[in-house]
Design a protein around this ligand. Structure first.
Ligand code: PNS
Length: 173
């Protein structure tokens, strides 16, 4: 059997229970899994810095011996080659994810045929979950229970509280 090193790339702003579900599934399948936080130039300002996201992911995956957490810039396929990775892991929640994921997978394969993309489905209860929706619910004061780990919920609440204070001079949540 080949030694499969997989990269699980994403923004992870913040990590959700859906991401963690996929990391656990991936860690059983691959010899090594690198969770890689991308510096995404296109997205609006992030809630957490790359280092903060890395710390949260590391804390949540510390029991998984074959999982490491890193950050990267530039093209994912270049990073895969640098890390000697032969696979990219991506999660597909619903059919709506498929179009974009297919485009990315095929483009990555065109640029670097040595790297295969592998899609996995998170548990059904996370099929509606995303970092974007977690940020939005938190900003509007809604419950995050079951969506992110407790430690992440606390960090999100602190951060959103800080932002509300600095933007308005008083605490909104
Ligand atoms: O969590 P996200 O935001 O859905 O992750 C998207 C991500 C980081 C996987 C994607 O934007 C990416 O691969 N960025 C690295 C730059 C790159 O290689 N772009 C070309 C993709 S075809």
């Amino acid at each position: 059997m080949k030694n499969i090193v997989a990269i699980y790339p994403g923004s992870f702003d913040p990590v959700t229970n859906g991401h963690l579900d996929l990391i656990r599934r991936g860690s059983k399948l691959f010899d090594k899994l690198i969770v890689a936080i991308a510096r995404n130039l296109d997205k609006s300002p992030a809630l957490f810095s790359m280092q903060e996201r890395k710390e949260m992911l590391q804390a949540m995956t510390s029991d998984l011996d074959n999982v490491s957490v890193e950050t990267f810039e530039g093209l994912l396929v270049n990073y895969c080659i640098e890390k000697n990775a032969n696979a990219v892991l991506r999660g597909i929640r619903a059919i709506s994810d498929y179009e974009f994921e297919l485009q990315m997978a095929l483009m990555n394969r065109k640029m670097e045929p040595r790297v295969e993309t592998i899609f996995m489905m998170p548990a059904e209860q996370y099929s509606y979950l995303s970092s974007r929706i977690v940020r939005e619910i938190a900003k509007l004061g809604g419950p995050l229970t079951g969506l992110v780990p407790e430690m992440v919920e606390q960090r999100v609440r602190e951060r959103i509280g800080q932002r509300s204070i600095s933007a308005t001079g008083k605490h909104l949540l």
